[in-house]
Design a protein around this ligand. Structure first.
Ligand SMILES: Nc1ncnc2c1ncn2[C@@H]1O[C@H](COP(=O)(O)OP(=O)(O)OP(=O)(O)O)[C@@H](O)[C@H]1O
Ligand SMILES: [Mg+2]
Length: 314
């Protein structure tokens, strides 16, 4: 398996903590629940856990639990015997058996139907599965990793996810924070994606301009690292030359950079940005009534007027 920890980019404390945890739990049999918003790198971390375990020479089988109707998912994961449902013409081994000695990665575990949650719990606890239509349990030897971008705890509270299964899966949780909480990872990620896309796109980009990086570091990135990757690829396809400039970024991003200040490490500037945004928010809340906004902010009206002047709030 061609995987290296160096493939996981990031110098933020958040990513270092994640990688430390990965190294500690990789070579155990522990079930790991990987959580994080969409595009934060959950599958990448699952791969790392497999690649750093002594199961690395066996299979890593990912399955998206949200993508299939219940019977197909059950048959895919647990297998079925001939005649167990219309179209089951032969016995079929499930992924739990196919993965023997390896790792199964249950992606979008929050989507798994209730009745399969019971079967999964049994698989985890007794290391046995029952293929669809069979009455003879089969022993399995597989490491289970799972991922979700939902808050499983809330799913438990809402009665959609079994509490016992949640605790069984959650023996070890690795949480990957969203990209907006670790903007310092963005410059390296960009360089990484440029290097990766150069050969694919037959281009020879040497890097990216600092002004463009600052704008990208200030964005919210709802789609996280995947979205950043897509933006870089899109930009590389359209840009001329060998360096990505601010003007090459998608127009929606350039437009947002005009209303939002770019990212800065300068503490005074950062505090100023925060103060300005916070006051704007209070003014919105108060329907632009300055007296009410001052009350919300717990400052005097004259201080508020001074701030509005200083911070160029219109
Ligand atoms: N730290 C990182 N370093 C390098 N590449 C990363 C990093 N994090 C994510 N990526 C890349 O971003 C993309 C999305 O990652 P991945 O598919 O693992 O996310 P995910 O959390 O499983 O997303 P989803 O919830 O949408 O399934 C992949 O191309 C992956 O290689
Ligand atoms: Mg994924």
């Amino acid at each position: 398996m061609d995987f290296h920890l160096n493939n996981i980019i990031g110098k933020s404390k958040a990513i270092h903590d994640v990688l430390d945890l990965v190294k500690k739990v990789a070579n155990t049999q522990a079930t790991v629940l990987i959580t994080g918003e969409s595009g934060t790198g959950k599958e990448l971390i699952a791969l790392a856990l497999h690649a750093l375990s002594d199961r690395r020479d066996k299979l890593f089988l990912p399955v998206n639990c949200g993508a299939l109707p219940e019977t197909l998912l059950e048959s895919l994961v647990f297998g079925h015997v001939k005649g167990s449902f219309t179209g089951a013409f032969a016995n079929q081994e499930g992924l739990f058996e196919k993965a023997r000695g390896g790792t199964i990665f249950l992606d979008e575990i929050g989507e798994i139907p209730q009745h399969l949650q019971v079967k999964l719990l049994r698989a985890l606890e007794a290391k046995e599965i029952l293929p669809l239509g069979s009455t003879t349990p089969r022993h399995i030897d597989v490491r289970v990793l799972a991922a979700t971008n939902r808050n499983l705890h809330n799913e438990v509270e809402a009665g959609r996810f079994r509490e016992d299964l949640y605790y069984r899966l959650n023996v070890m949780e690795i949480h990957i924070p969203p990209l907006r909480e670790r903007p310092e990872d963005i410059p390296e990620l960009i360089e990484h994606f440029i290097k990766r896309h150069n050969p694919e796109l037959k281009r020879n980009f040497q890097g990216i301009d600092e002004a463009a990086v600052r704008v990208l570091m200030a964005l919210q990135w709802k789609g996280n690292v995947r979205e950043l990757d897509n933006v870089i690829e899109h930009t590389m396809i359209l840009a001329e030359g060998e360096r990505i400039m601010l003007k090459n970024l998608p127009s929606a991003i350039i437009a947002s950079s005009q209303t939002h200040p770019g990212f800065t490490f300068n503490l005074r500037d950062a505090l100023r940005q925060f103060e300005k945004q916070h006051i704007l928010r209070a003014l919105d809340q108060a329907n632009q009534d300055r007296k009410e906004a001052a009350r919300l902010l717990d400052i005097s009206l004259s201080s508020l007027y001074r701030k509005i002047e200083e911070l160029e709030i219109s």
